[in-house]
Design a protein around this ligand. Structure first.
Ligand code: UD1
Ligand code: UDP
Length: 382
C-alpha cells in the first residue's frame, strides 16, 4: 500500500481532486491510500464546501485554514503547516494540482524533506512571468518526480526546459518521469455532465434559456487589480449586451466582486449595476456551472478552467488574457485572446458570435487521465 498526501486549496484544485479521489475509490483502494490536506486558501462556502458536498470529495483529513493574504504570507503559512503534516504522515508522495500558491507550497515543503512530488497539470506555460501562476508552475515542475501533462504542448514545453522524455524505471527528483496523460478536468466534465442537469438549479432560478445568454467570469489579478483593465472589460460587456440584446451572466469571484465599486469609474459602475442585461450572481457549484456552460451561447472569461470547459462543451470563447496555457483552442480558432483591450474584446465577440463551423479535436485525452495517473503513482514512486 502506498500513501499519498493530496494538497488542495483553491476552487479549481478542489474540483480537479475529485477525479483522482474517485479513481482511488473505484480502482486503487487496495494499493493507494489518500490523505487530503486543504490549505484553506479558498474558504467561502461557495468557493469550497459546495464542491465537497456535490462531487462526493472525501472530507479533508486536515484543514490549515490559512485564508487570504499576500503571496509571501499565504505561501509561508502553508509551507509551515504542510511540513508538519508531511513529517507526521510520512507519505510516499505528495500530489499537487495546477499553479496556485497551494501548489507551490505543497511542492516546496515536500521536496525539501525528500518526499517525491507528483504534479498534475505539469508543463503548461503562458510565457509571462508577471503571472504568479507562471512562477508557481515552473518552480513546481522543476522539483517534481512525476509530471503529468494534459496536452502535447505541455510535453513540448517540458522538453524545451531540459526534461528528458525517456522513462526511468522509478521516478525521482533527479530523474523525473514525464507523461502526457490527458486532462483530469476532461474526466470530470464527462463524468458530471451526465448528471449535472438533474442537480442544477441555476437555469430556473435565474430564468435562463438555452443559447439566450453569455456566461462570463473574471478574476485574474491582471484584470481585477488594474483599474483601467476592469473599466475596459466591463465597459465592453455593457456595450456588447446592448448591441446583441443578450444577457451576460457573471457568477463573480469574490475578488472581483469586492473590487467592482473601487476599480470602476462612477459612470461605468452605474451603467453595469443598472443594466438589466448584466446579471451578477454569486459563484455557483459545479453542477450549476456545467449547466451554464452547456446552455450558454458563448463564454467570456479569464479563467483557465472555463476556457477549456468552453471547448469541452463546444462553445466559442473570448479569453480576457494576453496569453494562455491552453493554446490549442486558440490555434484551432475556438477561442480568441483579447487581454483587456476593448476593441479586441468587441471584435473577438463579433467574429465568434455568428460563426458556427468550429471543430473539436481530441486535445484533452479520453476521459481516463485519473486512472492512468494513479497507476503510475503505484508503479513508479519509490
Ligand atoms: C487563486 C489562484 C489563481 C486561481 C484562482 C482560482 C494563486 C496565486 N492564485 O486566485 O491561480 O485561478 O485562485 O479561483 O494562488 N476571497 C474570498 N473568499 C474566498 C477566497 C478568496 O473572499 O473563499 C477573496 C479575498 O479577498 C482574497 C482574494 O479573493 O484576498 C484573492 O484570493 P486568492 O486565493 O489569494 O487568489 P485568487 O484570485 O482566488
Ligand atoms: N467554477 C465553478 N463555479 C463558478 C465558477 C467556476 O464551479 O462560479 C469552476 C469552473 O467550472 C472550473 C473551475 O471552477 O472548473 C475554475 O476555477 P477558477 O476560474 O476559479 O480558476 P482557474 O481555472 O482560472 O484557475
Amino acid at each position: 500500500m502506498k500513501k499519498i498526501v493530496t494538497i488542495i486549496g483553491a476552487r479549481p484544485q478542489i474540483i480537479k481532486s475529485s477525479a483522482i479521489s474517485r479513481a482511488v475509490q473505484s480502482d486503487f483502494k487496495e494499493v493507494l491510500e489518500e490523505v487530503i490536506v486543504h490549505t484553506g486558501q479558498h474558504y467561502d462556502e461557495n468557493m469550497s464546501k459546495v464542491f465537497f458536498d456535490e462531487m462526493s470529495i472525501p472530507t479533508p483529513n486536515y484543514n490549515l485554514q490559512v485564508g487570504s493574504g499576500s503571496h509571501g504570507v499565504q505561501t509561508a503559512k502553508m509551507i509551515e503547516g504542510l511540513e508538519k503534516i508531511f513529517l507526521d504522515e510520512k507519505p510516499d508522495g505528495v500530489v499537487v494540482y495546477g499553479d496556485t500558491n497551494s501548489t507551490i507550497a505543497g511542492a516546496l515543503a515536500a521536496a525539501k524533506i525528500h518526499i517525491p512530488v507528483i504534479h498534475i497539470e505539469a508543463g503548461l506555460r503562458s510565457f509571462n512571468k508577471a503571472m504568479p501562476e507562471e512562477i508557481n508552475r515552473i518552480a513546481c515542475d522543476h522539483m517534481s518526480s512525476l509530471l503529468f501533462t494534459p496536452t502535447k504542448t505541455g510535453i513540448d514545453n517540458l522538453a524545451n526546459e531540459g526534461f528528458s522524455l525517456e522513462l526511468a524505471p522509478k521516478a525521482t527528483i533527479d530523474s523525473p518521469n514525464v507523461y502526457h496523460c490527458g486532462d483530469i478536468m476532461y474526466d470530470n466534465s464527462l463524468h458530471f455532465s451526465k448528471v449535472a442537469n438533474d442537480f442544477q438549479t441555476v437555469m430556473e432560478k435565474e430564468s435562463l434559456v438555452k443559447d439566450g445568454f453569455v456566461l462570463m467570469t473574471v478574476h485574474r489579478d491582471s484584470n481585477t487589480d488594474i483599474a483601467e483593465n476592469m473599466e475596459a472589460i466591463f465597459t465592453s460587456v455593457n456595450k456588447l449586451s446592448k448591441k446583441y440584446e443578450i444577457e451576460f451572466v457573471l457568477p463573480l469571484h469574490p475578488r472581483t466582486k469586492s473590487k467592482l465599486k473601487t476599480q470602476l469609474s462612477d459612470v461605468a459602475y452605474t451603467e453595469v449595476i443598472n443594466n438589466p442585461l448584466i446579471k451578477i450572481i454569486d459563484p455557483v457549484g459545479f453542477m450549476d456551472i456545467i449547466a451554464l456552460e452547456q446552455n450558454a451561447g458563448m463564454l467570456v472569461t479569464d479563467s483557465g478552467g472555463l476556457q477549456k470547459e468552453s471547448f469541452f462543451f463546444k462553445k466559442p470563447c473570448v479569453i480576457l488574457r494576453e496569453q494562455t496555457e491552453w493554446i490549442e483552442i486558440v490555434n484551432n480558432g475556438n477561442a480568441i485572446l483579447t487581454g483587456a483591450d476593448p476593441d479586441k474584446i468587441i471584435e473577438a465577440f463579433d467574429s465568434l458570435y455568428e460563426y458556427n463551423n468550429f471543430t473539436y479535436p481530441e486535445y484533452y485525452g479520453d476521459g481516463n487521465a485519473a486512472k492512468f495517473i494513479c497507476q503510475k503513482i503505484v508503479d513508479e514512486i519509490v
